[in-house]
Write a protein that binds this ligand. Structure first.
Ligand code: 2BA
Length: 109
């Protein structure tokens, strides 16, 4: 058995959960925050049998879109003045960041 840990954008989360559940997967949703953008995202835990792994990843790939987001970073040209001038930086986020872990035990008591 595997545990898929999928970090997705909030905009895709609801549709992704619906798709996964309609295909029979169990899903747990966590409200999370990205370290770089400091913005909310969603982490889904999905326990699957080994042979279901590829099709579960295919569902995630189908639903999750990549998007451009703008954040601000301190200007590198301020040097030693100590004055930080924010300037916009565009980053591409997603579709999804996926970790796959081996599950040692799966127990429901
Ligand atoms: P954030 O950390 O908020 O990152 C959002 C996006 O900012 C990233 O999209 C990437 O395009 C960019 N980015 C992140 N760190 C950067 C850096 N040091 N310099 C320049 N740009 C940077 P994604 O790669 O699609 O990641 C989306 C979210 O997935 C991340 O949100 C984070 O919550 C999670 N994530 C990504 N890689 C991870 C990892 N290795 N471990 C744990 N979580 C990860």
């Amino acid at each position: 058995m595997k545990l898929i840990v999928a970090i997705v954008q909030d905009e895709d989360a609801s549709r992704l959960i619906s798709h996964l559940m309609s295909e029979g997967y169990g899903v747990t949703k966590l409200a999370t925050t990205g370290g770089f953008l400091r913005a909310g995202n969603t982490t889904l835990l999905v326990g699957v049998e080994d042979e279901q792994l590829d099709s579960a990843k295919a569902v995630i790939e189908k639903v999750c879109k990549s998007r451009k987001q703008v954040t601000t970073a301190p200007s590198p040209i301020t040097g030693t003045t100590g004055v930080y001038v924010p300037y916009p930086v565009e980053v591409t986020v997603g579709g999804a960041t996926i970790f796959v872990l081996d599950v040692e035990q799966f127990v429901k008591i």
